[in-house]
Design a protein around this ligand. Structure first.
Ligand SMILES: *Cc1c(COP(=O)(O)O)cnc(C)c1O
Length: 255
């Protein structure tokens, strides 16, 4: 499943340790430049397409937050994790989510970053209610509103994300569910954007975060920044970075 050449487990663990350290160095440098405390920034390792042995190695290295972007792959991996590894991991779902998969995702995800429409918020709210009742989860489901940062409508539709002007409506919908806890906002920089356009997109996200916090003061997470643009995200106030290839190496072409 992994695009990485197969290494023996010890060599793979060393490779992941070195990559994690490089990314943490980048985060520290970016935080310093932005006069921010690096401890307020959470690094999420996006493990999609990589095997669960990589998740186990990351956890053994003291890493806690992992992310997946497809329900089927995520569910299979989380179910296969040994219980003691699962207990040490916070599972983030960051991909576009079909409404009919929401019940499944609500069973195993700790955080869903990609809530971008009312129907999905409702499906996740009900799914999390049922998962709580069934004892499939112990905690409410943390959610973020994904805001579309692409300027072109078509591009935005392809990558997911609510129009900025509906973010507040979505926030109040989420608030209606005791099974959900709104934690903040998420965004993906436009595909092929210049550094300036990327910085501008992350500033837009920070503005929307401020608006959402006027309604829900505790929703202060800003999930932004990937392998290529994490410095720009840190400069704009990101609290959560979703980093895949810079930690795990290349993967087969994304769908
Ligand atoms: C794959 C993915 C990432 C990580 O991308 P990299 O460029 O590999 O760091 C971040 N966010 C989302 C939503 C993703 O699907």
């Amino acid at each position: 499943m992994s695009a990485a050449p197969s290494l023996d487990p010890g060599a793979r663990r060393d490779q992941l340790a070195a990559a994690l350290e490089r990314v943490h160095d980048r985060i520290r440098a970016a935080a310093l430049a932005a006069r921010r405390d690096p401890r307020e920034i959470t690094l999420i390792a996006v493990t999609k397409y990589h095997p669960i042995t990589d998740i186990e190695a990351l956890v053994a290295l003291g890493h806690r937050d992992i992310a997946e972007n497809k329900d089927q792959e995520a569910r299979a991996k989380v179910e296969d994790l040994p219980a003691e590894v699962r207990a040490g991991v916070r599972v983030h779902f960051v991909g576009q989510l079909q409404t009919n998969k929401a019940r499944s995702t609500a069973r195993y995800a700790d955080v869903v970053h990609s809530v971008d429409r009312e129907r999905l918020a409702t499906a996740l709210g009900r799914g999390a209610e049922r998962a709580l009742e069934a004892g499939e989860r112990q905690e409410v489901l943390d959610v973020l509103i994904q805001v579309g940062l692409d300027r072109k409508e078509s591009a935005s539709a392809a990558r997911g994300g609510a129009a900025p002007e509906v973010a507040l409506e979505l926030a109040s919908r989420i608030q209606q569910f005791a099974s959900l806890r709104l934690r903040g906002v998420m965004g993906v920089a436009p595909h092929g954007a210049s550094p300036e356009q990327t910085a501008q997109a992350f500033e837009t996200l920070a503005d929307i975060s401020r608006q959402v916090r006027t309604e829900v003061a505790s929703a202060d997470w800003i999930s932004a920044g990937m392998s290529q643009d994490l410095e720009s995200a840190v400069a704009a106030g990101a609290t959560h970075l979703r980093v895949g290839s810079a930690i795990l190496g290349s993967r087969p072409l994304d769908r």
